[in-house]
Design a protein around this ligand. Structure first.
Ligand SMILES: Nc1ncnc2c1ncn2[C@@H]1O[C@H](COP(=O)(O)OP(=O)(O)O)[C@@H](O)[C@H]1O
Ligand SMILES: [Mg+2]
Length: 504
């Protein structure tokens, strides 16, 4: 089935999230929709799926104009969506999940479990993947759960299948498998919309690429386009993608973590006997699929976790047992993984956010009152130095874009003498141009002789920054390998396996 979007416009108040977007996706085509965070990709797909009504424009399937009043209409017309946040019931089996939500389609009216089971087997065989219809969904790895979502979409006879950022939660191997499934679906004549901001994936699997920026289609590209070409289209200016990095100049001292164990609020052992060291002048990246203990590990270092045993020594000083303020005062800089929760106070001005964690005392406080002149000068200097795009130092942090909020956090954390810098998902949700800037500052920090820990689920980021890579899986460090280790090795480790060449 051919999908045509013509002049789709969707406004949220004054914001034009989709501005006269045209898109044609043919049967048997994988069409990548590429754009930065906030470009309007999900909005467009929500319009297509009947979740939003467009203010202007038409959805046309095989030359027939559609009028969707909700997802039920869209599904009935043959549109399927593989959600990033799975909509599955974890205590149900695969077949039961596939059966759910198909009141309007082929399982209509009956809870026909044998049919659902047969359907699961049939789809799995057709597209060459393995799945047990009777497995409990909650027990399955994320990549397999995603296949259940795909089978579910196919159960409603989807001829147009939308994947909205499907690889965000997958290991590299699971990503490869998903690409294989997408290719098989293409062979089968399905029209596929593949949304992502990862250039590598687009170039690998897409037949055609449409780039959107700020709600508008800004260009079409061939899969043969280079990463630099695609990135430049996404951000609207030339960008440099490679981080220049000299070999590390290691110095003595730094952080030594030994036998670290963290119990979370539910009493689960989420960090289990973790040991590693980071020397001044190097970047240790901690890689892994989201949710394997990385968050709790960094929180334990910074003093945010309650139930921790082991030892965390920084230049000989034990950090374990200190609270966050004491750890910061020891010279630890921290970029939290969610800047909007832990990194910034949205209601405060940019200037106020730039001194959030400073103790009362010089230079900002004199006789317990804030010295506004000094603060203003400091803020203006940082805004220039970190290229923070804001109307002024008095703008509220909330009003800044994600990339600029992240620069505020970085500017604050890197503007005092540090003995350790810990950056968790430093570029999550920020644009390609800001990523380049953040990476440069991290490398500069390392070169100034600070031990740096970067936690990232993005392997491209890990490879760009790391001198050494520790891979976490289910609370443990599977191994620590050189920064230039191949993706396949890292991917296996992210699934908990230790490849032979690493053991040797
Ligand atoms: N329900 C909504 N209400 C208001 N603004 C929204 C809503 N959904 C998305 N937006 C805004 O629309 C723009 C496009 O968002 P989105 O389509 O989610 O982008 P993408 O998927 O490309 O990251 C963003 O500026 C976002 O903040
Ligand atoms: Mg989106």
């Amino acid at each position: 089935m051919k999908l045509e979007l013509r002049g789709i416009t969707k406004r949220f108040g004054a914001l034009v999230a989709n501005d006269h977007i045209d898109l044609v996706v043919r049967p048997g085509e994988i069409h990548a929709l590429l754009g930065e965070n906030g470009a309007g990709k999900s909005t467009l797909m929500n319009v297509l799926y009947g979740l939003y009504t467009a203010d202007e424009g038409q959805i046309i399937l095989d030359d027939v104009v559609q009028h969707f009043r909700g997802p039920g209409d869209a599904m009935a017309a043959g549109i399927g969506m593989v959600h990033q946040h799975f909509m599955l019931v974890p205590v149900f089996t695969v077949a039961e999940n596939v059966m759910l939500g198909h009141e309007t389609t082929r399982f209509a009216g009956s809870l026909d479990l044998p049919r659902a089971r047969a359907h699961v087997r049939e789809v799995a065989a057709r597209f060459g993947f393995e799945i047990d219809p009777d497995a409990i969904v909650g027990d399955l790895p994320v990549g397999v759960q995603q296949r259940v979502e795909i089978i579910k979409a196919l159960a409603s006879d989807a001829k147009v299948l939308v994947f909205d950022e499907p690889t965000a939660v997958l290991t590299p191997q699971e990503t490869d498998e998903l690409m294989g499934i997408m290719r098989a679906l293409r062979e089968d004549g399905t029209a596929i919309v593949f949304i992502t901001h990862k250039l590598r994936e687009v170039r690998e699997v897409a037949d055609r690429i449409t780039v959107i920026r700020l709600g508008k289609v800004v260009g079409e590209a061939e899969p043969t386009a280079t990463n630099v070409e695609l990135a430049s289209l996404m951000v609207g200016r030339a960008v440099e993608l490679t981080v220049h990095k000299d070999p590390p100049q290691l110095r003595p001292g730094g952080l030594i973590v030994e036998g670290l164990r963290v119990l979370n609020a539910d009493g689960q052992l989420v960090v289990n006997d973790v040991s590693f060291a980071v020397q001044p002048g190097e970047v240790l990246a901690i890689a892994g699929v989201q949710g394997n203990g990385q968050t709790e590990l960094t929180e334990a270092i910074i003093g945010l976790q309650q139930n921790v045993i082991g030892s965390i020594r920084l230049d000989g000083v034990e950090l374990l047992g200190k609270n966050v303020k004491q750890v910061i005062d020891e010279g630890v800089g921290f970029v939290p993984e969610d800047r909007t929760v832990d990194g910034l106070v949205g209601d405060f001005t940019v200037a106020e956010n730039l001194i959030l964690n400073r103790s009362a005392g010089a230079p900002f406080f004199r006789a317990a009152t804030l010295d506004l002149g000094v603060l203003r000068q400091f803020a203006d200097d940082k805004i220039t130095e970190f290229d923070i795009r804001t109307q002024s130092a008095e703008s509220k942090a909330d009003e800044l874009s994600g990339g600029n909020q992240q620069k505020v956090v970085l500017a604050r954390e890197l503007s005092r003498p540090l003995k350790l810098f810990v950056a968790s998902q430093p570029t999550r949700g920020i644009d390609v141009g800001s990523i380049e800037f953040v990476h440069k500052r991290i490398v500069e920090t390392r070169d100034s002789g600070v031990p740096v820990i970067v936690v990232s689920t993005e392997l491209d980021e890990v490879s760009a920054l790391a001198d050494r890579i520790a891979v976490m899986y289910r609370g443990t460090i599977v191994g620590i390998v050189p920064g230039n280790s191949p993706r396949e090795t890292l991917g296996l480790m992210m699934a908990g396996e230790l490849p032979n060449e690493v053991i040797a």
